[in-house]
Design a binder for this molecule. Structure first.
Ligand code: FES
Length: 157
């Protein structure tokens, strides 16, 4: 990472720590803000957050690894999460999964080369009677079939 990028990241994290506070309860909010802006939380960002909050970097990392929506690796501009829990599974999740993978040319856990989409599984989205369900960024799509899922994917930029 270039020195200028590091300085900008440090400055931005400092601003977030000022905004949300430097006590432990603010850690998750700060991590969410960094994730939202940079699409991941790099090693350097983790160290800077720990330094500014006066906590150990391992504490920062353990929170990141607990929450599936936080990541240490760069993600695509859009995060597509397909529910893998039983009700959606029984409602036809496998067919949607196959269509989505074929359309994007990647597997779950991967990101398209153009950084447009990252594919992930998620646990229950609370829409069990409307499955299969899929979350794209913050929007939930329900009653999916393979064709619908592919059409939705083709609409996201
Ligand atoms: S099982 Fe998929 S939303 Fe609940």
């Amino acid at each position: 990472m270039l020195v200028v990028e590091k300085n900008n990241l440090s400055y931005e994290i400092e601003r977030m720590v000022k905004e949300y506070g430097s006590d432990r309860q603010s850690l998750l909010q700060i991590l969410q803000a960094v994730q939202k802006k940079y699409k991941h939380i790099s090693d350097f960002a983790q160290q800077e957050i720990a330094r500014m909050m006066n906590i150990h970097p391992v504490e920062v990392y353990s929170v990141i690894s607990f929450y599936s929506f936080l990541s240490t690796e760069p993600k695509g501009r859009n995060i597509v999460r397909l529910c893998k829990t039983i009700a959606c599974d029984m409602a036809g999740k496998d067919a949607v999964e196959t269509a989505v993978k074929r359309e994007l040319g990647i597997s779950f856990g991967e990101t398209t080369i153009d950084q447009r989409v990252s594919l992930e599984y998620t646990n229950c989205l609370g829409m069990c009677d409307e499955g299969p369900a899929m979350l794209i960024n913050e929007k939930v799509y329900t009653h999916l079939n393979p064709e619908m899922a592919v059409n939705i994917l083709n609409e996201i930029k």
